[in-house]
Write a protein that binds this ligand. Sequence first.
Ligand SMILES: Nc1nc2c(ncn2[C@@H]2O[C@H](COP(=O)(O)OP(=O)(O)OP(=O)(O)O)[C@@H](O)[C@H]2O)c(=O)[nH]1
Ligand SMILES: [Mg+2]
Length: 204
Amino acid sequence: MPRLDCRFETSATALVQCPRWARREVAVAGRSNVGKSSLINALVAIKGLARTSRTPGRTQALNFFSLGEELALVDLPGYGYAKMPEALARKVSALMSDYLARRDNLTLVLLLIDSRRGPREEEFALADIVRSRGIELVVAATKIDKLRRGERAAMRRRFAPLNAAVFPCSAADGEGIEELRRRLFRVSRAHGVERPAREICRQE
Ligand SMILES: Nc1nc2c(ncn2[C@@H]2O[C@H](COP(=O)(O)OP(=O)(O)OP(=O)(O)O)[C@@H](O)[C@H]2O)c(=O)[nH]1
Ligand SMILES: [Mg+2]
């Protein structure tokens, strides 16, 4: 991406709290600990940006970062955190599903999957939801620095059933970040700058 001004804007714990703006949103989704915040920081090259929103109580929220004039990155709550109390896990999962199913601004979902683990049931389900809305899906195979060169072909095979573009990347050593950045920036141009602003958040 060309250098774009990126900053934390707001958190939302319900769809009605999402910002009312005309920005196209790129949502970053994935299991807890998969590397969402680290990848956001690497993509915008600002250390600690995503973490600044990590004050207690916000971690289970949708975190919105503006990116230039037309785009926004949305850090979705991580799913699959075993220690989270069940009631809270249900709430977080409902918030994420609501956002994915109903947010008009959503233009692309960047689904993060640990390159050592590969996609499981949750990731296939999430990919289906995204595709059923006709929203673009891009997959990042995270923490690729943890994989030996010889393990990469097997990684590719694990990811193949998702049927999506897979970008191996590492927030730790920067591998693949530029390629991913370029792919994400295409979302802005593909949809054109003249796309009219519309009612952003559907009323509950
Ligand atoms: N080796 C390696 N470690 C990474 C990489 N990206 C993230 N990590 C580490 O993985 C852990 C989790 O990273 P986060 O970015 O906080 O993950 P997250 O998905 O935002 O986690 P939640 O907010 O809890 O859902 C941290 O200890 C990071 O330092 C990477 O590319 N390589
Ligand atoms: Mg995070």
